[in-house]
Each structure stands twice: as C-alpha cells, then as structure tokens.
Design a protein around this ligand. Structure first.
Ligand SMILES: [Ca+2]
Ligand SMILES: [Ca+2]
Ligand SMILES: [Ca+2]
Ligand SMILES: [Ca+2]
Length: 299
C-alpha cells in the first residue's frame, strides 16, 4: 500500500470514529462491547441510569445479571436502578424508621404507609436483597468498578422488607387489597411490639409471616453485627428495632396442630404452652390477645 493511500485510509477511519462518537446514543463502550454482551448491557444500563430512563436500566441490568449471575457489578447497578425506578429515598426511609416514635418515626411509621407506597417499598427491597445478597455471601464477585460496600444497603433492605412483610398477610409478595387490612390486623411497633387481630389471619399464614420476619431480621441483624457505619445511618437504633421486632412478635406463633410447626411449645415464655385460643380475646388475662395460641381444642 502506498504511503498516500495509507494516510487517506487513516484519515477516513478517524473521520468515521469521530462521526460515530457524535451520533446520539453512541458511547465508547459500543466499540469494545457488543451491546447484547454482559459488558455492553452493564454499560448501556449505567448510561440509562444517567439518562434517567430507569425502566430501561432495570431491564438491561436484569438481563446482565441473568447472563452472568456471579458478577457483582450488574447486581449492584440493578439494585440502584430499581430503587431509582421505584422513586424511593432510602436514606429518608431509614431516618424515619430510626426516628423517635413521638416524632412520627419508628418501624410503625413505615408499617402504616399508604398501600401503594408500602407495596412499592416492599417489592423494591426484595429486588435489592436478591441482587446484593450473592455479593455479600461471596457467590458473586464484589461490585467491581462500583467499589461499593453492599452490606449496609442489604441490612436496610432486609429490615424494611421485614417490617412490611407484616402487611403482606397472604405472603404473595405484594401488599394490596388481597391482604388483611391494617384495621383488622393491627400492629403496635412503637415500643410495645405486639400484634392485634391475629385471629383474622389463617394460622398458617401468620406463622409463615413470622418465619419470614425472623429470617429477614436475622439476616439484617447479622450484617449490623459487623459494625457497619456511614451513610448517616443510626445502625445501633436499627439493630435495636430488629431485636425487639423479632423477639416480641415471635410470641404470636400459633400452634396449628401440624407436627413441627413453629407454634409448638411456650412461644412467649410465660411458663405455659399454647395457653390461648385464636378468638380475639385475652384468655389468660395478661394484657395480650391471642399470644401463644393454639388451634386444636378451641371452640
Ligand atoms: Ca399480599
Ligand atoms: Ca405461653
Ligand atoms: Ca393473653
Ligand atoms: Ca385468645
């Protein structure tokens, strides 16, 4: 090839490169990563986040996670995109949970969110938890370029999901009209940590709810044990809330009669097993209604 021809070709390549970079929607990654590849999906997903197109970002990043579930970067950005898509301010939420109940804070403030908002927070925290848990437990690589410590995010996701699990009474993953409304299944989460109206729930659903609550809070509590800090989050207060929620609400497991069900035994530690019937009455006069109840042998 002659010198002149080579020079002309080089100039033409440079011109194409510059033109392509100036085209709308083009980015540098498209030269190095096929847009359908993992790297391309992550790059395009991050660009969609920057563009504020969170629906697109979630779908691209979810596809990247599907393709390579053991790589953390897509998982981290998927969690981020999902939170942005749901239009949720996580810091504000945590501030609410850890604030003094006298000032409208505490777990109960989140529990009492209007149904649509409660459902949004509940569902997005599942996406966040599912995305980040494998990074925490090491089955997926660290968040890579994001360089983020996911443990605090994960602790918050478990706690918020745990609180709102009390609204998903039928356990189908959504908070909606199919669940028992809070007028009928009420919760005191402002220091008292008791449940009211448990007789309105099928006993198996109640036990499943408490199992999930305890699992979520255990996970959250374990993460906080690691001494997480930062982000302006009061992790000690969060940890206290987790301890009280799990401990006190476990009194309400119901003995359904099925062998091995979690309601067997003395769930509230008062020295008597299964002392109550599920009847909306305080049978033993201890001030709590339907704690440590049984199904069998009741009218
Ligand atoms: Ca539900
Ligand atoms: Ca008891
Ligand atoms: Ca009682
Ligand atoms: Ca009772």
């Amino acid at each position: 090839m002659s010198q002149r021809l080579r020079a002309r070709r080089t100039a033409r390549s440079a011109a194409i490169l510059i033109a392509a970079l100036l085209l709308p929607g083009c980015n540098l990654w498209e030269w190095t990563a096929d847009s359908g590849s993992y790297d391309g999906l992550v790059a395009d997903g991050r660009q969609a986040i920057r563009d504020g197109d969170y629906d697109l970002a979630v779908s691209l990043l979810a596809e990247a996670v599907d393709q390579e579930p053991d790589r953390g970067e897509a998982r981290y950005y998927l969690a981020k995109a999902a939170v942005l898509q749901a239009d949720i301010d996580v810091i504000e939420l945590v501030d609410t949970v850890t604030a003094d109940p006298a000032n409208g804070g505490g777990a109960e403030a989140v529990f009492r969110y209007e149904t649509t908002r409660a459902d949004r927070v509940y569902r997005v925290n599942r996406i966040v938890a599912d995305a980040l848990a494998p990074i925490h437990d090491g089955t997926a690589s660290p968040a890579g370029l994001a360089g983020a410590d996911v443990d605090l995010d994960l602790a918050v996701a478990y706690t918020l999901r745990g609180i709102l699990r009390l609204r998903d009474s039928n356990g189908d993953g959504r908070i909606d009209d199919n669940d028992v409304p809070i007028e009928l299944f009420d919760v005191d989460l402002n220091g008292d940590y008791s449940l009211e109206g448990v007789a309105n729930l099928p006993p198996d659903d109640l036990n499943a709810m408490l199992d999930d609550l305890n699992d979520l809070l255990d996970e959250g509590g374990q993460l906080l044990l690691g001494g997480l800090g930062g982000g302006g989050i009061d992790t000690d207060e969060l940890d206290d809330i987790i301890d009280q929620l799990g401990g006190d609400l476990s009194s309400f497991y119901v003995n359904t009669g099925a062998p091995g069900n979690p309601g067997e035994g003395d769930n509230d530690g008062d020295g008597t097993a299964d002392e109550e019937c599920l009847n909306d009455l305080d049978d033993d006069g201890d001030g709590l209604v339907d704690e440590d109840a049984r199904v069998l042998g009741c009218p």
